[in-house]
Design a binder for this molecule. Structure first.
Ligand code: GLP
Length: 249
């Protein structure tokens, strides 16, 4: 894993944007894997600016999002479909038909998951995947568990995750209990991965991701086995790392 430490979230987001801009300039037909949550918002803002200034275009880009809440329609204010429209898709020149998010209303989530992975395969696989990180080391909604799934699948959310996401809903009771998420295999098949994390609340999960044993109890630790992962963190997220010789960028 290539770990890069930044002085703050803004510097980290600028660097992530540069990696995406390089990717899109090298291959304007790239397939991007996208994430929700607060972490990538500044990255998306930088990509919107780069699109508006003509530095990059999304007209031939295809995207696949990691996950969606189950039981939540695409127009629900807290759906990840709406999040993506608001924070990225509505502000760039992408063809909305080329944006993909698992359906929160899937009647048969097993079929929805299999179809989703097949669509990723047919698009040629994900060239660059951005990931946020749960405080419990989840990626997408692959929660710590006895075993993990390869495929896109339906999953129960842990209490920790529902509490962490309650800030977006009126109360914890309104946070869905289930989601549909790319599996660890779907994520690990991406050619390149950028994992971003900032703040003290992610420090333990970052230590598990980068230095911990590979375990299903810390799903992000599986990324240690991927050949091309760049971990972007700020100082607070890196504060539990035992290796302390990171230059601050
Ligand atoms: C959610 C998402 C994850 C995201 C995580 C962290 O649970 N399913 O994909 O990485 O939250 O969110 P944040 O970036 O807001 O800390």
């Amino acid at each position: 894993m290539n770990v890069l430490m930044f002085k703050d979230h803004e510097a980290m987001s600028r660097y992530a944007a540069k990696l995406f801009i390089d990717q899109l300039q090298t291959d304007p037909q790239s397939v991007l894997g996208l994430a929700t949550g607060s972490t990538p918002i500044e990255l998306y803002q930088a990509l919107i600016r780069a699109n508006k200034s003509g530095e990059i275009t999304f007209k031939d880009v295809t995207t696949f999002n990691l996950d969606e809440y189950l039981g939540v329609a695409a127009d629900h204010p807290e759906s990840y479909a709406r999040f993506m429209r608001e924070h990225l898709f509505d502000a760039i020149d992408i063809d909305q038909a080329n944006t993909h998010i698992p359906s929160g209303l899937a009647i048969d989530p097993v079929k929805e998951g299999a179809d989703y992975d097949e669509k990723i395969r047919q698009a040629g696989g994900i060239d660059l995947q951005v990931l946020g990180l749960g405080g419990n080391a989840h990626v997408g909604f692959n929660e710590p568990a006895e075993s993990l799934s390869n495929q896109t699948h339906a999953t129960q959310l842990t209490q920790d995750t529902r509490e962490a996401n309650a800030r977006f809903f009126g109360s914890i009771e309104e946070v869905p209990t289930e989601a549909i998420t790319m599996g660890m295999g779907s994520i690990m098949r991406a050619k390149k991965i950028i994992l971003m994390a900032s703040g003290q609340a992610k420090a333990k999960a970052i230590q598990q991701t980068v230095e911990g044993p590979i375990t299903t109890q810390a799903p992000s630790s599986l990324l240690q086995l991927h050949p091309d992962v760049t971990v972007l963190i700020d100082e607070a997220a890196g504060s539990n790392l035992k290796e302390t010789s990171y230059e601050i960028l």
